[in-house]
Design a protein around this ligand. Structure first.
Ligand code: NAD
Length: 723
C-alpha cells in the first residue's frame, strides 16, 4: 500500500503498476469534495515518492467512476471572493498537472458515470478505457459555471475545439460509443474487461508500441488551429450557442470564450484563464440559483424515492378517458414500460387517443430512439377498451374524464365496484377538491389526486394530492407510479387549485388587474418572456384555454373569496376581467384559433400566434384607466401575487418545504429556472424589500397583494426561505 485515505487508496503490484482507487467511505457514489481533493494531492505526492513505478491505473471501486465535484459545497465556497476561487482552482490544477506529468504511462478505467470533475480526473491521464455502459461529460454549464479543473483546456486538445464546444457548452452526457468516436477515450469494452484493457494499454506503452509521451504532448501543448478554423470553430459556435442558451444563461458562451482564449496558450496559462472565468461565473446569481435548483431537485427526488420504497411497483395501470390527458397518460405509461388499459365511453375517443400515442412513438422512431419492433411492442402496452372487463387486475387507475364534479363522482363510484379492494384510485382533476371526490367512496383511503400537466409527455411534474382520508400507501403507490413514468412527483395537501394552480391563478389575477389599468397585453407578454417565462400570461391563457381559465378561476374565487373573489371574471360590467370577456366572445384561445392572439397553422401544422386587432380592441373595453407603468411595475404586479400565494401554500402546509414549492413551479408552469423558484426569488429580492413592494401594491390594488403576517415577521427579523 502506497497511500490510504478515506476516499482514495493507492496500491502497487509486483510489476510496478500502481493503482489509485476512488472509494469514498460511507457513500454510494464517489464525489470530489474539498477533502477528497486534499487526499488526491497526498496520494499523488505518495506516487511521486516511489522510485520504481512503471505505470498507473486510476479506477473506482463503486458502480460509478466519479459523479463530479460535491455540489453541496458550492454555495458555501462560492460565497468567497474571486481571488479565493481562482486560488482554489489553481491548487487543483497543480494536483491534476502532477498526475499528468508522472514519469510513466497512465490510464483511467472509467467503469460508470464520470461527470464534471470526474471527467476532468480522467482527462489527466495519457489513456482512457471506458465500460460500454458508462457515461462521460462536462455538465458544468448547466449549473451556470464552466469546467474549472482543466476541462476547458484538456478536452479541446484531445478531441478538437468543435467537439469540445459541443460537450462543454451543451453540457452533454456522452455514451461510450460517441466518446470513442471522438477520441475522448481509447477503448470501449464490457465492464468486466475494463481492468485487463487498462493494463493492456500500459503494457503496450511500456513495450513502446504506443507512444505515451507523444500522446501527452498533444494534450499539454497549444491547440493547432489556423485563422479560418478559429473563425469556424469559435465565432460560429458563439453565435449559435448564445441564441440557444438565451440571455439569462451566460455560462455556455463563456466556456467557448475560455477555450478560445486558451487555445494558443501553454497548459498553465490556459488554466489560469479558465480559473479566472470560473470564479467570475461562480459569483453570479444565475449560478447561485442553478446550484440551488440542483440541490432542490435532489431533495425532491430523494423524498419521492423514500415513498416509492414503501410499496410494490405498479404492474398494471388503467386510465379512464382517452382525451388530451388520458391519451397522454396512456402513452407515457406504455412508453416507460407500465402496461395500461385505456377506457372511454366513445369508440372515436379511443381511436383518437391511440392515434396520438402512435404519433408520439413514431416521432421517437424517427429520431432513432426506438426501432419499429420496439415501437410496436410499446404500443401494445396500451389496451383500449369500452368496458370494465379487465379492471379486476389493475393496481392503479387514473381518472381523466371531463372536469365536472358530478360526472367524476359518478365515474369514481362506478369504478370502485369494478376493481380490487386494494386498487388505488386517483383523479387527474385540475381543480375539484380531492376530499369532495372522496365523499361517496367506500374506500376513500385508497384515493388521491394525480395531477399531470399538459402535454403529459413533456411536462415533468406530477402533483400527488393527499386528501384527508388518503392512506400513506395510496400516496406511496401514486408516487411510485409517477416515478416509473419518468416524472417528478411532489406530494401536496388538498385545497382549491392544489399547489400549482393555486399559485398560477393569482398571477392571472395580476394580469387581469393590469388590463383594467389599461396595460398593453402584448407588452406584458414580452416583458414576462424577457423575465424568463417560456410564454407571457396572455399567450399562456390562450394555451390553457379561456373556458378552463374561467372555470378554474371560479373554483379559486369560491375557495379564497377575499383575495381571489373576482378571478372567475366577476359580473358583467364594472368588474369583468379581460379573461371573462374573451370567453364570452367565444375567443377560447388556441383550441378555437382565437384568444388574445389569433392562431394560424405553421408549415409543421403547429399553431402559430399572430396579432389580432379584434382582440386588442376587446381588451381595451375592460380598461378603466390608462396608467403609465414602468417595466418594473408591471413585473411586480405580475410576480407579487404568485410569490405571495406560494408563501401561503407553504404556511398552510399545502406543500412540505420551500424546495418542493419552488421545484413544483419550475416543473409545472415553467417558472424561470435561473431564478430558482418563487421563494428563491423573494430571497433574492430580500424579504424586507419584497414585503415593502407588496404593501405598496396592496394599498392600491387590494388583498391579492397583501403580505402575510409571517412574511412581515420574516422581513422584520431578517430571516429567509433558504438558509
Ligand atoms: N387539458 C389540460 O390541460 C389538463 C391539465 C391537467 C388536468 N386536466 C384534467 O384532466 C381531465 C381530462 O381533461 P382532458 O383535457 O383530457 O379532457 P377531454 O375532454 O380531452 O377528455 C375527456 C375524455 O373523457 C371521456 N369520458 C367522459 N366520460 C367518461 C366516462 N364515464 N368513462 C370514460 N371516459 C369518459 C370523454 O369521452 C373524453 O374522451 C380533466 O379533469 C381536466 O381538468 C386537464
Amino acid at each position: 500500500m502506497i497511500y490510504q485515505g478515506n476516499a482514495i487508496t493507492v496500491a502497487k503490484n509486483g510489476e510496478g503498476i500502481a493503482r489509485l482507487t476512488f472509494d469514498l467511505k460511507d457513500e454510494s457514489v464517489n464525489k470530489l469534495s474539498a477533502a477528497v481533493i486534499e487526499e488526491l494531492g497526498e496520494a499523488v505526492k505518495a506516487l511521486q515518492g516511489e522510485s520504481d513505478l512503471q505505470g498507473l491505473v486510476i479506477d473506482s471501486a463503486k458502480e460509478v467512476f466519479i459523479v463530479g465535484a460535491d455540489i453541496t459545497e458550492f454555495h458555501g465556497v462560492f460565497e468567497k471572493d474571486e481571488a479565493f476561487l481562482v486560488e482554489m482552482n489553481q491548487r487543483v490544477h497543480a494536483i491534476f498537472n502532477a498526475i499528468e506529468d508522472l514519469p510513466f504511462p497512465t490510464v483511467t478505467a472509467i467503469n460508470g458515470i464520470a461527470l464534471g470533475g470526474g471527467c476532468e480526473v480522467a482527462l489527466t491521464t495519457d489513456y482512457r478505457v471506458m465500460a460500454d455502459s458508462a457515461r462521460l461529460g462536462l455538465p458544468e454549464t448547466k449549473l451556470g459555471i464552466l469546467p474549472g479543473w482543466g476541462g476547458c483546456v484538456r478536452l479541446p486538445r484531445l478531441i478538437g475545439a468543435d467537439n469540445a464546444i459541443e460537450w462543454i457548452a451543451g453540457g452533454t452526457e456522452n455514451k461510450a460509443a460517441a466518446a470513442l468516436k471522438m477520441g475522448a477515450v481509447d477503448a470501449v469494452v464490457p465492464g468486466d474487461q475494463l481492468e485487463d484493457a487498462a493494463l493492456d494499454l500500459l503494457a503496450r506503452a511500456a513495450r513502446g508500441e504506443l507512444d505515451y509521451r507523444a500522446r501527452r504532448a498533444e494534450k499539454t501543448s497549444p491547440l493547432k488551429l489556423g485563422p479560418i478554423e478559429q473563425m469556424m470553430a469559435f465565432e460560429t459556435a458563439k453565435g449559435y450557442v448564445a441564441g440557444k442558451a438565451g440571455p439569462h444563461y451566460p455560462a455556455p458562451v463563456e466556456s467557448i470564450k475560455v477555450i478560445q482564449k486558451g487555445a494558443g496558450e501553454s497548459r498553465e496559462r490556459a488554466q489560469a484563464i479558465e480559473a479566472k472565468a470560473f470564479a467570475k461565473l461562480a459569483k453570479t446569481d444565475v449560478c447561485f440559483n442553478l446550484v440551488g435548483l440542483f440541490l432542490n431537485d435532489q431533495l425532491v427526488k430523494k423524498k419521492a424515492g423514500k415513498y416509492a420504497q414503501q410499496v410494490a411497483p405498479i404492474r398494471q395501470a388503467a386510465v379512464l378517458g382517452a382525451g388530451i390527458m388520458g391519451g397522454g397518460i396512456a402513452y407515457q405509461s406504455a412508453s416507460k414500460g407500465t402496461p395500461i388499459l385505456m377506457k372511454d365511453i366513445k369508440e372515436e375517443a379511443l381511436e383518437l387517443g391511440l392515434k396520438e400515442a402512435r404519433k408520439l412513438f413514431a416521432k421517437q422512431a424517427e429520431r432513432g430512439k426506438l426501432t419499429t419492433e420496439q415501437m410496436a411492442e410499446k404500443l401494445s402496452h396500451i389496451r383500449p377498451t369500452l368496458s370494465y372487463g379487465d379492471f379486476g387486475h389493475v393496481d392503479l387507475v387514473v381518472e381523466a374524464v371531463v372536469e365536472n364534479p358530478k360526472v367524476k363522482e359518478a365515474v369514481l363510484t362506478e369504478l370502485e365496484d369494478q376493481v380490487d379492494e386494494k386498487t388505488i384510485l386517483t383523479s387527474n382533476t385540475s381543480t375539484i377538491s380531492i376530499d369532495r371526490l372522496a365523499q361517496n367512496l367506500k374506500r376513500p383511503e385508497n384515493f388521491c389526486g394525480m395531477h399531470f400537466f399538459n402535454p403529459v409527455h413533456r411536462m415533468p411534474l406530477v402533483e400527488v394530492i393527499r386528501g384527508e382520508k388518503t392512506s400513506d400507501t395510496a400516496v406511496a403507490a401514486t408516487v411510485a407510479y409517477a416515478r416509473a413514468m419518468g416524472k417528478t412527483p411532489i406530494v401536496v395537501n388538498d385545497c382549491p387549485g392544489f399547489l400549482v394552480n393555486r399559485v398560477l391563478f393569482p398571477y392571472f389575477g395580476g394580469f387581469s388587474l393590469l388590463m383594467k389599468q389599461g396595460a398593453d397585453f402584448q407588452r406584458v407578454d414580452k416583458l414576462m418572456e424577457k423575465f424568463g417565462w417560456p410564454m407571457g400570461p396572455a399567450y399562456l391563457l390562450d394555451v390553457v384555454g379561456m373556458d378552463t381559465a374561467v372555470h378554474a378561476g371560479e373554483v379559486m374565487a369560491e375557495g379564497f373569496p377575499e383575495r381571489m373573489g373576482s378571478l372567475g371574471g366577476g359580473a358583467k360590467g364594472e368588474s369583468q376581467s379581460a379573461i371573462q370577456l374573451m370567453f364570452e366572445n367565444d375567443r377560447l384561445g388556441q383550441k378555437n384559433a382565437k384568444g388574445f392572439y389569433a392562431y394560424e397553422e405553421d408549415k409543421k401544422g403547429k399553431p402559430k400566434k399572430v396579432v389580432d386587432e379584434a382582440a386588442i380592441a376587446l381588451v381595451k373595453e375592460v380598461a378603466k384607466e390608462h396608467r403609465e407603468l414602468s417595466d418594473e411595475e408591471i413585473i411586480a404586479r405580475m410576480m407579487v401575487p404568485l410569490c405571495l400565494e406560494t408563501v401561503r401554500c407553504l404556511e398552510d402546509g399545502i406543500v412540505g418545504s420551500a424546495a418542493e414549492a419552488d421545484m413544483a413551479l419550475i416543473y409545472g408552469i415553467g417558472f424561470p429556472p435561473f431564478r430558482g423558484g418563487a421563494l428563491r426569488y423573494i430571497d433574492a429580492l430580500g424579504v424586507a424589500e419584497f414585503v415593502a413592494q407588496a404593501e405598496r401594491l396592496a394599498e392600491e390594488l387590494g388583498p391579492l397583494y397583501a403580505p402575510t403576517e409571517t412574511l412581515r415577521r420574516m422581513a422584520a427579523d431578517g430571516s429567509r426561505f433558504y438558509a
